[in-house]
Structure formats: structure tokens, C-alpha cells
Design a protein around this ligand. Structure first.
Ligand code: GLA
Length: 353
């Protein structure tokens, strides 16, 4: 890591550290509707290093891209990958962690654009390094909130808080049971005898493609109708009052309400090591994302179905939707057999971890 930095900038970095990616086990599209989420940190992630600069220049070297990108803290976004770094440095300035630009190097073991939060990890990781540099006393949760602002305000992605909290707080092997309304959370160790297999479908998508925003706007219709923000928390009786709305809007609301309830149940099942019932909820969650929230694609539906056919206790699409990864709950001893059959049938899919 230090080598990428040293090769690019001719000196050792002042700060460096690792930030994991995340995969969400259950609780999808609940994080901007007041609900629960249950992501876990991955072993794969980003090694980041940073040295502050006295001028306003931001230089970025990465093992994923050739050359050195150069930006300036007075710039706005240009819809380039370097925006994530620039946004983090600009907001580190706003928070008083830095005063000016920085040299940054990134080494990643996380597939980019796979829905495993490489962008949240970039921003959170750099904000943490800048915090250390400033000897700041800001909490990890506050770093996550600041990182979400970078995505919402600077990058223009209307995401919730799940990814930033997951990568800021959870360690690999831990799930973060997060109440996205209060930001209260519990860290739960995943059981050793099961693997939460992350498999990329081979279908790529980006949040700023617009379909994520479309779902968010559909949730806004429900919010406006009910006059409340937290549509995950509504009662059955409240849900019935949506009857006059278009069918697809009612289904979006039903997903939010049922997904939140499933996630609460899943957290308790995980705490009690009841992985069979936990995995059944993953399957229910996928069906809800497929039929009610309509964010899956046929390839993902097929991979999920086959993962269960080939030995997983349960599986579901994970992340924003329309591509990316599935996560499958599988007993350790069944993992190889599942993978063999799955990858024989799905040639574009690949094992992430
Ligand atoms: C993306 C967003 C998150 C969350 C998920 C869906 O990962 O960044 O905030 O909304 O989609 O659960």
C-alpha cells in the first residue's frame, strides 16, 4: 500500500488505514424510510493512505486506474470516479479536519461498482484518516453521517445511511443491526459454521442511473399521502388507508413495512443462532424485492433460486438493486458444492467472498 503512495508521490503517507466493504444481509430500501437494516462488513475493502497538502490540490493514485488524477478542492463534481475522493477531502475541510488538498492512494480488494459499498468505504475511510490527522474527537457514527452528506450533496446520489454506518462501524464477521431512524445499533457476531456467500451476478448497475431515485420518489408519494416520514414503521391499519393509491405505490409501501418487520425478526434469529429461520426470511425478502419493490432482474432471480437449489439455506439479492450481488446463507461444508453447480450454470457470475 505504502508503495502505491510512495511510487506516485515520492514520500511515505502520513496516515493510512483499511475500511471494509459491506454486504446487506436483510433490510433493503428501509434506510431512507425509518427502518432497520442488517449489513455485515466484508474482509474485502480498501486500503487508503493520505498526506495533507498545503495547497488546494487533490492528487489520487489507485491500483485500479493508471496514472495520477488531479483535482482541486474548489471544483464541483465531474461524474468521474475521483469525485468520491474529492468530495471526502472537501467535507474533511468543512469538518475542520484538513485545510487544503491532499495526496491520496487507494488499493482495493473490493470489486468496484458491485454494490458492495466501495464508494462509502472510500469516503468514510478518507474522513477517518483526516479525523486522525486532526486528532478529532468525532465519533464513527458522525463520520458516517458526514460521509452520507458527501454522497447526497456532492455526488448527488440520494442514498440512505446504511452503507456509511456499516463500513464505519462493523468489523469483518460482524453484522450491524442498525435502526436507521435513531442510529442506535447492535453489533452481532456471525456464526462460524455458516458462510454468508457473496456472489456477483455479472450484471452491473450504478445508483445514479436513476432507478434508485425512482423508488425513493415512489416512497415519497406514500410519505406525502400519510403525512409521515417513517413508512417502514406503519401499522397494518395505516397501510389499509393507502387503498386509493396506484397499485405499484401500495406495493412499494408493503415492501418497506414487511421488510422492516422481517429485519427485526432476523436480528433476533441471528442472536439466537437460528440460521434456518433467518435464511427463510432472506428468501421472503427476495420475493418482496422482486414482486413488491420490483428491483430485481431475471438473472438475479435465477441465481438466488439456484443458490437455494444447490445447497444454500436462503439467498437474496443485496444492495440497491437492478444488478450487483446476491448473498446466500450456506453451511460451510456445503459452500464448495453450491459454488461448483452455480458457476457451471451462471457463466457471468463470480464468487466475491
Ligand atoms: C444502496 C444505498 C443504501 C440503501 C441500499 C438499499 O446501497 O446506498 O443507502 O438504500 O441501496 O437497501
Amino acid at each position: 500500500m505504502t508503495n502505491i503512495f510512495k511510487d506516485a508521490f515520492g514520500a511515505s503517507p502520513v496516515q493510512s488505514g483499511f475500511t471494509p466493504g459491506r454486504v446487506n444481509l436483510i433490510g433493503e430500501h428501509t434506510d431512507y424510510n425509518g427502518g432497520m437494516v442488517l449489513p455485515t462488513a466484508l474482509k474485502q475493502g480498501l486500503s487508503l493512505s493520505l498526506s495533507p497538502r498545503a495547497d488546494n490540490i487533490v492528487r489520487i493514485a489507485s491500483d485500479k486506474f493508471k496514472g495520477i488524477a488531479e483535482r482541486d478542492v474548489s471544483q464541483s463534481r465531474t461524474d468521474d470516479w475521483s469525485d468520491y475522493v474529492l468530495g471526502a477531502i472537501i467535507y474533511a475541510n468543512k469538518a475542520g479536519f484538513l485545510s487544503g488538498g491532499a495526496d491520496v492512494a487507494i488499493e482495493t480488494s473490493l470489486p468496484i461498482g458491485a454494490g458492495l459499498s466501495s464508494s462509502a468505504a472510500t469516503i468514510v475511510g478518507l474522513l477517518k484518516l483526516a479525523r486522525t490527522e486532526a486528532k478529532g474527537a468525532v465519533s464513527d457514527a458522525d463520520i458516517a453521517v458526514l460521509a452520507r452528506r458527501v454522497e447526497n450533496e456532492f455526488i448527488g446520489v440520494p442514498c440512505g445511511i446504511m452503507d456509511q454506518m456499516a463500513v464505519a462501524i462493523a468489523q469483518p464477521g460482524q453484522a450491524l443491526a442498525l435502526d436507521t431512524k435513531s442510529l442506535g445499533y447492535d453489533l452481532i457476531d456471525l456464526p462460524d459454521d455458516y458462510h454468508m456467500a457473496v456472489i456477483h451476478s455479472g450484471v452491473y448497475r450504478q445508483l445514479n442511473e436513476g432507478r434508485y431515485k425512482e423508488r425513493k420518489e415512489e416512497c415519497d408519494v406514500v410519505k406525502a399521502h400519510l403525512g409521515l416520514e417513517d413508512i417502514c414503521l406503519i401499522s397494518d391499519a395505516k397501510f389499509e388507508t393507502l387503498a386509493g393509491l396506484p397499485d405499484h405505490i401500495i406495493r412499494r409501501a408493503r415492501h418497506c413495512m414487511t421488510e422492516h418487520r422481517r429485519t427485526i425478526k432476523a436480528v433476533n434469529l441471528l442472536k439466537n443462532n437460528n440460521m434456518r429461520d433467518f435464511a427463510n426470511l432472506m428468501i421472503e425478502s427476495h420475493i418482496s424485492m422482486r414482486d413488491d419493490f420490483e428491483i430485481t432482474v431475471p438473472q438475479l432471480d435465477n441465481i438466488v433460486e439456484d443458490a437455494v437449489k444447490f445447497g444454500a439455506l436462503g439467498a437474496r439479492m443485496t444492495g440497491g438493486g437492478f444488478g450487483g450481488c446476491i448473498v446466500a446463507c450456506v453451511k460451510n461444508e456445503d459452500l464448495n458444492a453450491m459454488n461448483e453447480q452455480l458457476f457451471a450454470r451462471h457463466k457471468d457470475a463470480f464468487f466475491v467472498g
